[in-house]
Design a protein around this ligand. Structure first.
Ligand code: HEM
Length: 504
């Protein structure tokens, strides 16, 4: 066989580059670290198992190496924390989600929302949610949420005198959730606008279109991957620009009118209850004039709330509807509760009536517990070297991932068959769907636990209450449909759901 000089040179070049990557990226684990799960292929490490066999792979690692353990994926060592260690990560300031998000390669939202380059933004968003939509203030929005959800249900599902297959794959009911969120974020004037609702519903999906390339280049460095996937943005392609333009166009006149009304009416001004009003009065985000810069800043802030609130909630209402549709044995019991409450409130739910949906709440909690993601999709970054209470240490900069299945499927909390769907486990044990607990980490834990969980659970409950009252909901197969797995993460099934009007 003959090889030209150029071919040999190319081979040698590739060999040298691979060797350099191998040498630079070779994980250097100090003695006191969590055990490194052994792997066979240099550079690739556990990446293939992580992508194609995550659930089984992580379960074996946990069984053989305990909690925590280290794996080597996409050229980086990740520490995986399970049931025993996770609480320490969530309750210690040394671990930061926002740093992982800013510096990581997996979700470079900061490239389109520049406001996220500032470390304090996440804190300000969390504070805003806590103050405007706290559990105590949520009742103020019940009527509006209900109205908006009904508009969505009528538009998106409508009359199903004949059974109708609603395909969920593309949107996971994001418009249904976008409408009440828009109402709370930008107020009743703007949330009526269909373009704004669409911008809110589609923002996360459109942003995610830059994430279709798997993080292959992270084998060199996470920054190389994020630079490459965001390259089109630098050449002018921006999948979310149109949404930004829509929101700015509708927001400007409303903000200007509110400032003017405030000036004219003084003490007689009646502040609307929404997030833009809160921001106008905030020392950091308030203004006297609506400039382009101000509008940009506010729109980015609002779109960040859109990302954390709509996609998450709409995915979980979709999971819950599939969970319901695939379990005929639960239909009557849960339906009867909704009918009883509907009769009591004559179709107009009050916060007290929502509190009475105890079976539905317990069902939703169980759907959130068993949604089957092996890991929580929000990693933490270790800000300085840290020693766990068990004496193991990890270095500064280490990415820490939470092994959700180890927590949600632990036998101590959920009995000998923790993977089975236990619809009334929450009800029997007095755990509501939004209650945080060490065995239920869907909303995180500690001082950074999800501040939007009360809103999310309320939206899911009101939405499901109205849907169950109005429709029979089935899966096309008549059974539980398969969820879609992407590595250790999961999305709702894509078979669609069949809706049929209930006879009144
Ligand atoms: C079912 C829907 C939702 C799920 C599963 C969810 C899940 C989570 C999780 C796991 C965290 C990280 C918590 C931690 O690190 O301890 C989080 C944080 C956060 N969530 Fe949610 N969330 C949902 C809905 C919402 C909604 C509706 C909003 C806003 C209205 C929201 C706003 C936030 C914010 C601002 C944070 C950051 C909190 C902080 O760092 O202090 N989330 N969420």
């Amino acid at each position: 066989m003959y090889f030209s000089f150029e071919t040999i040179t190319a081979f040698v070049g590739v060999f040298i580059v691979t060797y350099i990557i191998y040498w630079v990226k070779k994980p250097r684990i100090s003695k006191n670290e969590p055990p490194m799960v052994p792997y066979k292929i240099p550079i690739i490490g556990h990446t293939l198992n992580y992508l194609f066999n995550a659930e089984k792979f992580l379960a074996e690692c946990r069984q053989q190496h305990g909690d925590p353990f280290n794996i080597y994926v996409f050229g980086q060592v990740n520490t995986i924390v399970g049931n025993e260690i996770a609480q320490e990560v969530y309750r210690t300031d040394t671990f930061s989600k926002s740093s992982a998000m800013r510096d990581g390669d997996s979700f470079p939202l900061n490239r389109v929302l520049k406001i996220l380059e500032y470390p304090e933004t996440l804190e300000q968003v969390a504070k805003t949610i806590r103050e405007v939509i706290s559990a105590a203030k949520l009742p103020l929005y019940t009527e509006r949420m209900q109205k908006q959800l009904m508009i969505s249900i009528n538009k998106e599902i409508g009359d199903c005198s004949n059974p109708k297959l609603i395909i969920t794959a593309n949107s996971n009911f994001s418009s249904m959730i976008a409408r009440p969120v828009a109402d709370i974020l930008v107020g009743q004037e703007i949330s009526k606008n269909e373009d704004v609702v669409k911008a809110f519903a589609d923002f996360t999906k459109d942003f995610a279109s830059i994430l279709v390339i798997p993080p292959i280049l992270s084998f060199i460095h996470p920054k190389v991957h994020s630079q490459v996937i965001t390259l089109p943005l630098r050449f002018g392609w921006n999948p979310i620009r149109k949404h930004m333009i829509t929101l700015k166009e509708h927001l400007r006149p409303v903000l200007e009118k509110r400032l003017k009304d405030k000036e004219i009416l003084g003490d007689k001004y009646e502040p609307p209850l929404d997030i833009i009003e809160y921001l106008l009065n905030d020392p950091e985000y308030g203004t006297k004039v609506i400039t382009d810069d101000y509008l940009n800043k506010i729109c980015e802030f609002l779109f960040f709330i859109v990302v954390v609130s709509i996609h998450t909630t709409s995915r979980h209402i979709t999971f819950a509807l599939y969970d319901f549709a695939g379990r005929p044995e639960l239909w009557d019991d849960i339906y009867e509760e909704q009918v009883r409450i509907d009769k009591e409130c004559i179709g107009e739910l009050s916060p007290q009536h929502i509190n009475k949906m105890v079976k539905l709440d317990s069902f939703v909690r169980e759907s959130l517990r068993t949604f089957d993601s092996a890991l929580i999709p929000l990693p933490h970054k270790c800000l300085e070297s840290y020693t766990f209470k068990n004496g193991m240490s990890i270095p500064k900069g280490r990415i820490v991932q939470t092994y959700l299945m180890d927590i949600h499927y632990n036998t101590t909390a959920y009995g000998p068959e923790p993977r089975s769907f236990l619809p009334y486990h929450g009800l029997e044990n007095n755990f509501s769907a939004s209650k945080i607990d060490k065995n239920y980490l869907i909303f995180g834990s500690g001082k950074h636990a999800c501040p939007g969980r009360f809103l999310a659970v309320n939206e899911i409950k009101i939405g499901m209450h109205k849907l169950i009252l109005n429709y029979h909901i089935k899966t096309p197969s008549g059974k539980i449909e398969e969820k879609i797995h992407f590595g250790p993460f999961v999305s709702p099934p894509v078979s669609g759901l069949i809706f049929e009007n209930r006879k009144k």
